[in-house]
Structure formats: C-alpha cells, structure tokens
Design a protein around this ligand. Structure first.
Ligand code: ZN
Length: 321
C-alpha cells in the first residue's frame, strides 16, 4: 500500500500576527521560514515556522486574523500539538517558559519514555514540549533569540486528535495512510509510521460524549501528512477514495502540492508533497525575511503591503533583511 512518511505540517488559526510571530519565533525559537498571505484570502497573512531548512515535519503555520474570535478546542479537532525536544533540553525549557511568563503544567510522563510540559499560546492553542532521546537526531536551529541549536525544538513530535469514535478514525489512519497501532497511554492510543520517530506519530483520544470543537483563534484548522512525491500522493488519494471519503484534486500551494479530505471524526486532513520546499521563491539563507506572494497574487503586492501590518522579526538584528 501507499503510505505517508509522517506529519508534514499543521495549520492553526491565530489572532494578532505580531504576537504570533513573537511567540513562535521569539519565545519558542522556531525559524520564521515563510512570510506570505493566505492564498484564498490574500489580504491576510499566512505565517510559517519550522527548523533551519523548514523540513517537512517541522512546520507550524498560522492564519492570523487580527480580530478573530477564539474557538473552542473539542472533539473533531487536533486538540494538542506536540513539539519535540531532546531530553537534555528539558531543564532549559522549564527555565525559558518561566522567564517568558508562559504558565505551564508538568513535567509529567507519557507512554514509557516521554517527559512532557504542556502550555498554551496567547490564543489558547494547546501545545506540549515532549522530551525524548530520539529528538536529538533531528536538526536544530539557532535564531539568535536565546535558544541554542542544542536546546531548540526539533519539529513536531505528534498531534493528538479528539474524536467521538476512535475506531472510525483509526481505520482511516491504518487503512488509507499506512499508520499502525503502536501503544496506549491512559485513554490515548498512539499510531505510527516507519520507525515511529518524532514526527511519525499521531495520538487519538476518544471522547464519546465530549463537546465538538468550534473553529477560531487558538484552534487547529488541519493537519497535513507527508507524501514523498506525486506518485505517493496520488496513490494515497486512491486509497482514501476507495474508503469512501471525498478528497479534493491536487492543489498547488507553491511550497508543496496538496489534497484535502475529512476523516470520519471530522478532523480535516491534508496530503502534502515533500517538495519543492521553502527555498523555491527565496534563498535558503533568507527564509522569512520578506513578503513572498504566489504568482497569482503578485500584482496585488502594492495594495497588500499597504494593508498588511508590518512585522518585526525576533532575532532580526542577527539576521537582518
Ligand atoms: Zn496545510
């Protein structure tokens, strides 16, 4: 069967773009890898964060709508976004969150080998830092904001889905995407692909009577899974369609090519190709430094530059535009 190689990116809704940038690129020290607009609503930003190269699996993206109302995290959503850190970075992050006045819970233990800190961003989006020995193998990033390469976040660890009926969602994960059931911790069942490394994991928690989530600031819009290439993406598409789930045509998102479908638990899934990546429209060493527009919106540049609020990049003194 055709199978994903793990998580590609996750897209969430935020409110103020500068606060979003300050938190993810400043406090959390992720690289700001792309400053662009929402292709379907070009008067608003689409901000991308990741590791040094913006590799698939490291990417968090946000639609920051300045006056967005808060959503409610609930069933039918990605309810927690887990970010990977090396075991040796745990004490650093406890100190950093404390210094930045980010209230956190933990450390607590999950599964056999994970130590976890949980907190939310300024829009209330639930996040976790998950410390494992395996995270060490992933590349880091030093953006000059006080998070060294060694301590830095190594991309996504896993995401946690909340659904009313786990088995229906599990059937899609295993039957169309190639995940396998890996482990159970409390009321959470973990699924994995490949070597079950950070970024190849998805957790599913069944909440039979839990209230459904509502979209808005602080909630996840969709989660995307890696397709190594077009052949893999179209192959997975066939498996999704065979399972009776409607799936879109392939859509060019400039940095990857995407297809979307909703799993039975109502979470929006995307397939996204590994290529071409974020250096397709600006040099790898200058990622995120200036506004990039897709060809179909380039003619709007003067209007958009006037309309979009200017952003100050944390660490810009070290990496001037
Ligand atoms: Zn996406």
């Amino acid at each position: 069967m055709y199978r994903t190689t793990g998580l590609h990116h996750l897209t969430a809704i935020a409110s103020d773009p500068q606060r979003n940038l300050d938190f993810y690129s400043g406090t959390l020290g992720l690289r700001f890898v792309k400053q662009t607009v929402n292709f379907d609503d070009p008067g608003t930003y689409h901000l991308y964060y990741g590791d040094a190269s913006g590799r698939p699996g490291s990417i968090l993206t946000f639609f920051p709508w300045p006056n967005a109302r808060r959503g409610r995290v609930g069933a039918g959503q990605v309810a927690e976004t887990q970010l990977a850190i090396p075991t040796g970075a745990l004490a650093f992050w406890i100190q950093r969150l404390t210094e930045h006045q980010v209230a956190f819970h933990g450390p607590t233990r999950r599964f056999d080998s994970e130590t976890v800190l949980t907190f939310t961003d300024h829009d209330g989006m639930p996040l976790a830092l998950v410390a494992t020995d395996a995270a060490q193998a992933q590349p880091g990033w030093d953006g000059g904001v006080g998070v060294s390469d060694a301590m830095s976040i190594r991309g996504m660890h896993a995401v946690t889905l909340w659904v009313h009926r786990r088995h229906e969602t599990a059937a899609v994960l295993t039957g169309t995407l190639g995940f396998r059931e890996l482990a159970t911790s409390g009321d959470v069942v973990r699924y994995a692909v490949d070597d079950a490394a950070p970024g190849a994991l998805i957790d599913v928690r069944e909440l039979p009577t839990g209230p459904g989530g509502t979209g808005g600031a602080g909630t996840v819009h969709h989660v995307a899974f890696r397709a190594a290439d077009d052949e893999m993406e179209f192959g997975i598409r066939t498996q999704v369609a065979a399972a009776g789930l409607p799936i879109t045509e392939q859509i060019d998102r400039t940095y990857f090519r995407s297809m979307y479908f909703r799993e039975p638990g109502h979470v929006l899934f995307e397939l996204a190709t590994d290529s071409p990546g974020f250096s397709v429209d600006e040099p790898a060493e200058r990622l995120g430094e200036s506004l990039q527009l897709p060809v179909q919106h380039e003619h709007l540049r003067p209007t958009l530059v006037e309309r979009l609020q200017p952003l100050h990049r944390p660490g810009a003194e070290l990496h001037p535009a």
